[in-house]
Write a protein that binds this ligand. Structure first.
Ligand SMILES: Cc1cc2nc3c(=O)[nH]c(=O)nc-3n(C[C@H](O)[C@H](O)[C@H](O)COP(=O)(O)OP(=O)(O)OC[C@H]3O[C@@H](n4cnc5c(N)ncnc54)[C@H](O)[C@@H]3O)c2cc1C
Ligand code: FES
Length: 255
C-alpha cells in the first residue's frame, strides 16, 4: 500500500508524530494492530532492507497516524521525510485489542507504548466505556498527545521519574484503584510486568501489546517468538500473527 505524508512533526527531542493519508488502509484498521513501514521513499535505497513495525496510533477520516521515537537508522530516515512524500507500508496486521462495551477500563502506557492506546481510547469511548488513563515516562519529553487523550478519557493520571510533569515516580505508584473490568497496557517490558503483578487476582482480564523485534511481520521468519502459558505447557507464539496483543496473565517473560 502507498500513502501520502500529511505531516511529520517533531514533538520533543526524540519523538515524532506522522500523519499519512490512505483511505484503503484506514477502512479495515482496528485498535492494537500494527503495520510494516518502509522508512525511506527511494526505491534505489536498499538500506535498511527490512520494513519496520509501528502501531496504529490514531485514525482520522482518510488518514492514520504513528507516534515514533528515534532509535536507529530506520526511524532517523523516517524523521527526515517531508509532507507530500509518498511512502509504502503493509495493510493493518496482527490481532487487535478486545473492544468491550459499557465497562470500566484502565489504559496503562509507558513512553512510546502510549501510541496504540489513543485509537483504543477513541474506540472504547464510542462504546460507552468509562476510561482511566495511566501514562508514565522518564521525563516530560516522553509525555505527548494529552489533548487528544482528554477527548476520550474520563480520568488521566501522569507520572514521570524526574517529576517534570505529573507525579514524581513510576506509573504503578499511581494505581490505587482496581475496580476495572479490563486493563490494557503497552510500554517497556519492566513496566508491563509490574502492571500485571499489580492487577493479578484483582482484575480478571488484562491485554498487553508486545513490541518484539520483527523481520518479516508476516509469520514466516519466526524472529518474533514469545512464550505463553497454555495450561501446564509453555507454547511459542509469533508476535506478528498471534499478537501483538496477548493475554497478559499468560505471558512467560523469562524464558
Ligand atoms: C508491533 C510493534 C509495534 C511498534 N510500534 C511502535 C510505535 O508505535 N512507535 C515506535 O516508535 N516504535 C514502535 N515499535 C518499535 C519500532 O519497530 C522500532 O523502534 C523500530 O523498528 C526501530 O527501527 P530503527 O531502524 O530506527 O532501529 P534499528 O537500527 O533497527 O535498531 C537500533 C537498536 O534498537 C534495537 N531495537 C530495535 N527495535 C527494537 C524493539 N522493537 N525492541 C527492542 N529493541 C529494539 C536494536 O536491537 C538496535 O540495537 C513497534 C514494534 C512492534 C513490534
Ligand atoms: S516477524 Fe517474522 S514471523 Fe513474526
Amino acid at each position: 500500500m502507498k500513502g501520502e505524508i500529511v505531516f511529520n512533526k517533531k514533538l520533543s527531542d526524540k519523538y515524532y508524530y506522522m500523519k499519512i493519508k490512505s483511505p484503503d488502509f484506514v477502512i479495515n484498521a482496528k485498535p492494537g494492530q500494527f503495520f510494516m513501514l518502509k522508512t525511506q521513499n527511494f526505491d534505489y535505497l536498499v538500506d535498511p532492507l527490512l520494513r519496520r513495525p509501528f502501531g496504529i496510533c490514531d485514525i482520522d477520516n482518510d488518514c492514520f497516524t504513528l507516534l515514533y521515537i528515534l532509535i536507529g537508522k530506520g526511524t532517523y530516515l523516517l524523521s527526515n521525510l517531508h509532507p507530500g512524500t509518498i511512502i509504502s507500508f503493509s495493510i493493518p496486521l496482527g490481532n487487535p485489542f478486545t473492544i468491550v462495551k459499557n465497562s470500566k477500563v484502565a489504559l496503562i502506557g509507558g513512553g512510546v507504548g502510549i501510541a496504540p492506546l489513543l485509537f483504543l481510547a477513541k474506540t472504547l469511548k464510542s462504546n460507552n466505556n468509562f476510561i482511566t488513563l495511566y501514562y508514565g515516562g522518564k521525563t516530560k519529553d516522553d509525555i505527548h498527545l494529552i489533548e487528544e487523550f482528554e477527548k476520550y478519557c474520563d480520568n488521566i493520571l501522569i507520572s514521570t521519574e524526574d517529576g517534570s510533569i505529573g507525579s514524581k515516580g513510576v506509573i504503578t505508584d499511581l494505581i490505587k484503584n482496581f475496580d476495572y473490568d479490563i486493563v490494557y497496557s503497552c510500554g517497556p517490558k519492566p513496566m508491563m510486568k509490574a502492571v500485571i503483578n499489580l492487577f493479578k487476582n484483582k482484575v480478571s482480564k488484562i491485554e498487553v501489546s508486545l513490541d518484539e523485534r520483527m523481520a518479516c511481520g508476516l509469520g514466516a521468519c519466526l524472529g518474533c517468538i514469545v512464550y505463553l502459558k497454555d495450561g501446564e505447557k509453555i507454547v511459542q507464539k509469533r508476535c506478528c500473527i498471534e499478537g501483538p496483543v496477548f493475554d497478559g496473565y499468560k505471558i512467560v517473560w523469562e524464558h
